[in-house]
Design a protein around this ligand. Structure first.
Ligand code: C2E
Ligand code: CA
Ligand code: CA
Length: 241
């Protein structure tokens, strides 16, 4: 099943988007987190089917919210290395968007920094093709891979997601704070949005806000929830105009 975690604009405290996060509801084991089965699926072709399932399910469910005018924000979906490199990726995405009647500008693809740097030339070609459809691109777990900074200038990137490991100690460790500050400053000057991942406290939010970060995602604002939970959350919190 697919859960959704809201992403909030720090400035006006409104939901700008959600990230789709897959879960396996096992009849005996209960809810199995993606870390337990995505890496296994990656080793087999199952990642193809799971990826398509998540894409279809998330776009279809999410589009009910946009069509009912409950939500105007974006839907972010995680793509693994193998998924991104399937030959028909652009075609598949296009079909899913058509079928679910979702505006491509509402869809954001998250790829990790590590994946991006495995083969920057090739990945950048693929991302550029997806961008031609109107889809936006976010770099996940930013700061943990080994980015060649010069690529940030040439790759088609709309958003940097600052990895949770920096946010965890941002209020207690000067080094982590400096790294966040540098990432945010770089994003601002390259015109790339920044979002802090895994924000759990008000102190963490206030600090990233003071550094000029655009958005937060984390338990402080909202945990991942199913589509019904998300619908209620949006309506009850009146978190968008
Ligand atoms: P990720 O993309 O970095 O997703 C963020 C993870 O951090 C999610 O874990 C989310 O539930 C968790 N999180 C968010 N805010 C907080 C917080 O404030 N505190 C803490 N402790 N955790 C927080 P989740 O859902 O277990 O997903 C783990 C990873 O599995 C994701 O990391 C992503 O890499 C992968 N994944 C999830 N769904 C998919 C999918 O559909 N396709 C692919 N390829 N990978 C997926
Ligand atoms: Ca992600
Ligand atoms: Ca992440």
């Amino acid at each position: 099943t697919v859960y959704y975690q809201p992403q909030m604009s720090i400035r006006d405290k409104k939901i700008l988007g959600v990230e789709a996060l897959v879960r396996w509801i096992h009849p005996v084991e209960g809810m199995i987190p993606p870390d337990k089965f995505i890496p296994v699926a990656e080793m087999s072709n199952l990642i193809h089917e799971i990826g398509l399932y998540v894409l279809n399910q998330a776009c279809t469910e999410f589009s009910t919210l946009t069509k009912a005018e409950i939500f105007k924000g974006t839907l972010a979906i995680n793509f693994s290395s193998r998924q991104l490199q399937f030959n028909d990726i652009k075609e598949s995405l296009y079909k899913v968007l058509l079928r679910s009647d979702l505006d491509p500008s509402k869809l954001e693809i998250e790829v990790t920094e590590t994946l991006l740097m495995q083969n920057p030339e090739k990945i950048s070609l693929i991302l550029n093709e997806l961008r031609e459809l109107g889809i936006t691109i976010a770099i996940d777990d930013f700061g943990t891979g080994y980015s060649s900074l010069s690529y940030l200038n040439t790759l088609p990137i709309d958003k940097l997601k600052i990895d949770k490991s920096f946010i965890d100690y941002i209020t207690t460790d000067e080094g982590n704070k400096s790294i966040c500050k540098a990432i945010i400053a770089m994003g601002n000057s390259l015109n790339i949005k920044t979002i802090a991942e895994g924000v759990e406290t008000k102190e963490q939010m206030d600090l990233v806000e003071s550094l000029g970060c655009d958005e937060i995602q984390g338990y402080y604002f909202a945990k991942p929830m199913d589509i019904e939970g998300l619908r209620k959350f949006i309506l009850e919190n009146k978190v968008q105009e």
